[in-house]
Every structure is written in C-alpha cells, then in structure tokens.
Write a protein that binds this ligand. Structure first.
Ligand SMILES: Nc1ncnc2c1ncn2[C@@H]1O[C@H](COP(=O)(O)OP(=O)(O)OP(=O)(O)O)[C@@H](O)[C@H]1O
Ligand SMILES: [Mg+2]
Length: 257
C-alpha cells in the first residue's frame, strides 16, 4: 500500500504557557490537497495549534514537518515563504486601505524588495511591482473581489472583509492555508458563500486546515476531522465517524461549541 502524501506532519507537540498546558502530545498528519478540520470546545487548543504550525511561537516539545522539512526555529515570515498562509480568529485587515492594497501587502511579504522600498517606487522594483499587481489582480478575480478592488475595506460587509483577509493569505501563493474560524460572525448567506470559497481554494490543490465551531460547515466540507479537548486529541476521522463518536459527544455535552 502506498503511503499518503503528507504535506504536514505533527509529531507529539506540546505547548505550555507558564503552568498551563494548552496542547499535550498532539500528533496528526495532513494529506495534501484535502480540507483537514480541527474542532473542539472553547479553549481546547485549536488556535494554539495554528500558532505553532505558523511558528508564531515554538512548541515546548515535539516537532512539526512541512513537506518533510522541520519548522524548528523558523520565523513566521520564513514559514510564510515556505508556503504556509493563514488568517486570524480576530480578523486582521487594514480598515483604512483599499481591498487591492490589503492584498498587495500579502504579495510583498514574498518579494525581494520589501514593502517600504516598493512604496518609494525605485526603478529597480518597477518590474517586480508589475508582477505583484498581476498576482494581486489574479487573486482578486479568483475570490470575486475585483469589483471591490478600490473600495476601503472598513466600509465593506464583514463577510467580504473576511474574504479580503483570505485573499491576502492567498497572495503569498501558499501550498497550505490555515483558516481560524472563517465564518464566525457571518450570517447564513455569507457562511454559504464562504463554504464555496473554501472548496474553490481546495480545488486548486491548496491544502486547507480549517478551525471552526460551525458544525454544519465542518461536517459539510471537511475531508478529515480531528477533535481536541483540553489540549489533547480525542478523535480523528471522517465527518460520519466524528459525529457518532461517544468521546466527541461527551466532550461537547454542556459546553459551548
Ligand atoms: N499566549 C497565551 N498565553 C497564555 N495562555 C494562552 C495563550 N494562548 C492560549 N492560551 C490558553 O491556552 C488554552 C488554549 O487556547 P486556544 O486559544 O488555543 O483555544 P481555542 O481552541 O482556539 O479556543 P476558542 O474556540 O475559544 O478559540 C486556553 O486555556 C487559553 O487561555
Ligand atoms: Mg481559537
């Protein structure tokens, strides 16, 4: 039997914050090209897992491999350059910048020139600037944001702002995209649109790690689901397996999802 192609391998990682053990010996592998979801009650360690994968801070122990390469001691921008993009539980967009500018900031994190030099428009960066504009336009079109390119993000509906944040993450051309609660605060219609967006991203070959409390979304679009409770993995499997797992049902009983 051939071994699945794992883009990400998490080997027994733990994370302590002082006396608090946020993650305990967590292991999972993410197969390339799928939507892999992480669920669990509030405080289970989902965001901490995303922060460890993106090297916002190092694990206390254990190791993470992306395409077979250890992420140990890599800076977040280096991890981004390797091909890992993310969005945040608390949306992080520049409200007073246009949609296009927000996405261009994403592109510049992978350019040689750096954002400030590009703002000064020296001749050496003109060519690169053109490439960045083309990439930005392609991402805007892909996420149906082209008609809003010149609008200020702050004036747009929340669902669109969330899409702008995803567009910025896509601008670095990631192979792996981590989404931390992409539909939190969205209405039903916006949530359905976001489901379509996530599937569309997956269908281009980008692997998606999805953290969400919205069980309809999770059960509807995930290829595989892992469940955390108090920092530990309690189950992993397909939507059907997870829904019928007594440990999962137990973990959620009486808790806010
Ligand atoms: N930087 C930090 N410093 C100290 N404690 C932290 C830090 N980040 C997270 N924690 C704690 O670690 C635990 C896991 O938090 P985390 O944010 O990962 O949970 P979560 O599963 O994302 O929850 P939610 O669904 O509410 O977003 C919580 O007890 C939290 O208070
Ligand atoms: Mg969280």
């Amino acid at each position: 039997m051939s071994r699945p192609n794992y883009i990400l391998e998490i080997n027994s990682i733990s994370k302590n914050f002082g006396g608090l053990q946020a993650i305990t010996r967590l292991s999972f592998n993410v197969e390339e090209g799928l939507i892999f979801s992480i669920i669990g009650p509030n405080g289970a360690g989902k965001t901490t897992a995303i922060n460890l994968i993106t090297s916002m801070y190092p694990p206390t122990s254990g190791e993470i491999l992306f395409e077979g390469q250890k992420l140990f001691r890599k800076k977040p921008y280096q991890v981004a350059l390797m091909g890992i993009g993310r969005t945040f539980q608390n949306i992080q967009v520049f409200q007073k910048m246009s949609v296009r500018e927000n996405v261009m900031v994403g592109c510049h994190t992978q350019s040689d020139s750096g954002f400030l030099r590009c703002l000064m428009h020296t001749p050496s960066v003109w060519k690169e600037e053109k490439v960045i504009r083309q990439k930005t336009d392609a991402v805007l079109k892909f996420l149906d944001l082209d008609s809003k390119a010149d609008m200020l993000v702050g004036g747009l509906p929340y669902g669109v702002q969330k899409r702008v944040e995803i567009a910025r993450a896509l601008a670095i051309e990631p192979k792996l995209l981590l989404l931390d609660e992409p539909v939190a605060g969205l209405n039903l219609q916006e949530t359905e649109e976001m489901a379509g967006t996530i599937l569309k991203i997956r269908d281009t070959g980008i692997t998606v790690i999805l953290v969400e409390h919205d069980m309809n979304l999770i059960m509807g679009i995930s290829n595989r689901i892992t469940v955390l409770d108090y920092g530990k993995k309690i189950a992993e499997g397909s939507a059907k397996e997870i829904q019928n797992n007594p440990k999962v049902i137990d973990a959620y009983l009486g808790k806010e999802l």
